[in-house]
Ligand binder design. Sequence first.
Ligand code: CP
Length: 304
Amino acid sequence: MAPQPTKRDFLSLLDASPEELVGLIDRARVLKAKTLNGELHQPLKGRTAAMVLQLNSTRTRVSFEVGMHQLGGHAIFLGTQDTQFGRGESISDAARVLSTMVDVVLIRTLEQADVEEFARNASIPVINGMTARQHPCQLLADVQTFEEMRGPIQGKTVAFVGDGYNMCHTYINASNQWNFNLKIACPEDYQPDAQILASTNNANLVETAREAVENADLVVTDVWSSMGHEGQERDRRATFADYQVSETLLDFARSDTLFMHCLPAHRGEEVNETVLDDPRSVVWQEAGNRLHSQKALLEFLLLR
Ligand code: CP
């Protein structure tokens, strides 16, 4: 394991400066080109990532594992049931132990406080692979996708429609870091955390999905019942019914608008049956860019 004298974590977008985030997206573009050209680029030979995933994942798990492999390193999946995480080993003890064996840890768990406690006790970089509060890795892919199709996101207008949960919170942070305008439409009892919303002047609540989407350069939504909301699905389907994204809703946005969803999606709920396949939808490119943007993040954290 290589020494990490000044380790950096990535627990939220606020853990990197706006300039560093711009650099990360630039680097993601370069790494994507290398991959698409078949160029071998293995600066992380001999390095190991632990992926502590206490909640289900497809995109985050695969993109980190493949990313580490392509960069010449290795990734280990640590699920709850087959490790001592499932038998109550403390977060701080686990952080100290893993710090002696691996070079970087990716964690997905509900509580942001648990990720922060892990990072405080780890001497290696810790990456937030999603909590109930934040999903910063997803935003790297989203911004990369927008910028490769439409140029800088700075100064643009983004609409977030749906649940004021982790993706909405992360978009609020992103609006501050990349300096874009964010309009948020959520049902009254599902608005984003007031403190996160108050942390920037760039994000504003609006009354309706249509109001959010009008003149937007990018429209974003997420599932109505995220991990942590099990058992609330029926009530939420009724509450969020006016917030479904469809081709008709996108017609209120700019004619060149893009549509994103971090996936997995529930067709017939937050999206209708067809909008993911609309020409304005870039959800597949967005998912694919998880690989390239997180490779840039791994380089940023490990090659310092
Ligand atoms: N968007 C996202 O984080 O996907 P997974 O839950 O599959 O990792």
